[in-house]
Design a protein around this ligand. Structure first.
Ligand code: UDP
Length: 318
């Protein structure tokens, strides 16, 4: 199946904007919807001259209407960095719950396939390692991260209810830590933090003792996995991420090397409920989608650096 007319919510965000490009390149017409709370016009303005690209500034937690047919809806609208969802707890809960409901309702009305951007956060602070899709997770519902984790867990349940009860064709991708061009310089996630600090010659802020682990996937690999998932027949959740796991201290060192920086490490308190370990089990993605990541951390960091370097410079000059 190829999608000729696609709606991408959160299309002006980091992942959403890369997806807009991917679908345009595949010959689809793309409607990008975003309220620009955490997304940015800068991420999509290069697409404005493309007649197959349309942008609508809209809040998907309100009633959404799209004229004409839709073949697929990719629901990517949400604050996605811990500091964003700590600052926007109600919006985060609303977009995961009400926004998912609205987007599913639209998918049902249009007979469109629906893909939900879910997250490794549904596994919380995991007690199973690496995390397979069959793991139900270890989430604190009333902790500060609960607003994101529970919103996404609710979104998965709602997606499945629309599939079972209304017969909507649905897909769920569980996205692990992803990095690349168009992350916001100040979005608080570890890559923009370390890279902008290393480029500015400032200390790298490592939270806790830096022994917590993450596994980082370059955005192009992620987008390819999502594209394949949408076009597959798989209804169950699928992890997409890079299984190369490392400690945050090792990641700090990798960023320092990539930048050629000698910035010292500045240890800061560990945020509440910060998961201690995280690594995707991608057995299902390999088997079902024939997908696995191709871009090495070293290459991905260089490609991300090309994006960040001029932006950090212009911030310093400002
Ligand atoms: N982190 C850090 N320094 C920073 C930002 C984040 O040490 O300036 C740590 C954070 O505590 C977590 C990991 O890096 O253990 C990844 O954080 P991020 O916010 O990127 O994503 P998460 O995986 O926690 O959602």
């Amino acid at each position: 199946m190829t999608q000729s007319r696609v709606l991408i919510t959160g299309g002006a965000g980091f992942l959403g904007s890369h997806l807009c490009e991917r679908f345009l390149a595949a010959g689809s017409e793309v409607i990008c919807m975003d309220n620009l709370i955490t997304g940015a016009v800068e991420n999509i303005e290069h697409l404005f001259s493309n007649r197959w690209f349309h942008f609508e500034q809209r809040d998907v937690t309100e009633y959404i209407h799209v004229t004409g047919k839709l073949d697929a809806i990719l629901h990517f609208a949400s604050p996605a960095s811990p500091i964003d969802y700590l600052e926007l707890p109600i919006q985060t809960l609303k977009v995961g719950s009400l926004g998912t409901h609205k987007a599913l309702g639209l998918a049902r009305a249009k007979g469109a396939r629906f893909l939900l951007a879910s997250t490794s956060e549904v596994y919380g602070d995991p007690l199973v390692h690496p995390q397979p899709e069959s793991y139900w997770g270890n989430v604190n519902p009333v902790g500060p991260r609960g607003v994101y984790d529970e919103a996404k867990r609710f979104a998965e349940a709602m997606t499945f209810a629309y599939h079972r009860f209304h017969g909507v064709e649905t897909r769920i991708v569980r996205i692990f830590n992803t990095y690349g061009p168009r992350m916001r310089l100040r979005d608080g996630r570890v890559l923009p933090a370390f890279m902008s600090q290393a480029l500015a010659g400032e200390p790298l802020t490592v939270f806790g003792d830096g022994s917590q682990t993450r596994s980082f996937c370059f955005v192009d690999d992620l987008v390819e996995g999502i594209y394949r998932l949408l076009n597959s027949n798989e209804t169950g959740p699928v992890n997409i991420g890079n299984p190369r796991e490392m400690t945050i201290l090792q990641f700090a060192e990798a960023v320092r090397q990539a930048v050629g920086s000698t910035s010292p490490i500045d240890f800061r308190p560990l945020p509440v409920d910060d998961p201690k370990i995280r690594q995707p089990d991608i057995t299902r993605a390999r088997a079902i989608l024939g997908w696995e990541p191709k871009v090495s951390l070293e290459e991905g960091l260089q490609r991300t650096l090309a994006y960040f370097r001029p932006r950090v410079k212009s911030r310093q000059g400002a």
